[in-house]
Design a binder for this molecule. Structure first.
Ligand code: SF4
Length: 175
């Protein structure tokens, strides 16, 4: 029997940073977190978070976030592209699991960012759309898991898509 038999898509929508691309959420029928350390060994662009129990990696410009029983994919070109990436991800997870006895687990993880690093990637307008008094307060809440980057309206403007992408990558380390 396969380790991961299917990836069940539960939601598809536009990417916030780039409306021409799509993102999706999917449910996994089992807890796959035991393969994260091995995926961290076989992929050189992976990002392992022990506390958050997440593993993130890129497939060219697309980003895949793995959680114990969930997966999100962002920046896919369209649904055909997304489903192909999901098939490849399933194959990668199964292959890694099958070979795990021959792979040395990699415990290396990204260092957690601080509030100032997050602040540097915010629009710094203190506009309060996020209902925080300042961008720095928003950064501190984001760090504590009490805010979400989607609540920063200016960050979703096309001119700030570069900031959005950099910030998205940074907060993924937080799990
Ligand atoms: S919505 Fe964004 S730009 Fe405005 S205060 Fe909050 S973090 Fe700063």
């Amino acid at each position: 029997m396969m380790f991961l038999e299917r990836i069940e898509v539960t939601w598809i929508g536009d990417c916030l940073a780039d409306a021409k691309k799509i993102r999706l959420k999917a449910r996994l029928p089992r807890d796959i977190s035991e393969v994260f350390l091995y995926l961290n060994a076989v992929l050189d662009n992976g990002l392992y978070n022990h506390h958050g129990r997440t593993f993130t990696f890129n497939k060219e410009f697309r980003r895949i976030n793995l959680y114990p029983e969930e997966l999100t994919l962002t920046k896919a070109l369209n649904t055909t592209d997304a489903f192909q990436v999901l098939d490849e991800t399933k194959a990668l997870i199964n292959e890694t699991y099958e070979n795990k006895d021959r792979i040395a687990p990699n415990y290396k993880k990204r260092v957690k960012p601080n509030a100032l690093q997050i602040y540097e990637l915010l629009p710094k307008t203190n506009c309060r759309q996020c209902e925080e008094p300042t961008c720095l307060a928003f950064a501190a809440k984001l760090l504590q898991g009490q805010q979400n980057i989607e609540n920063c309206g200016p960050l979703k403007e096309p001119a700030n898509s570069g900031l959005w992408e950099a910030l998205e990558e940074l907060v993924e380390v937080l799990g």
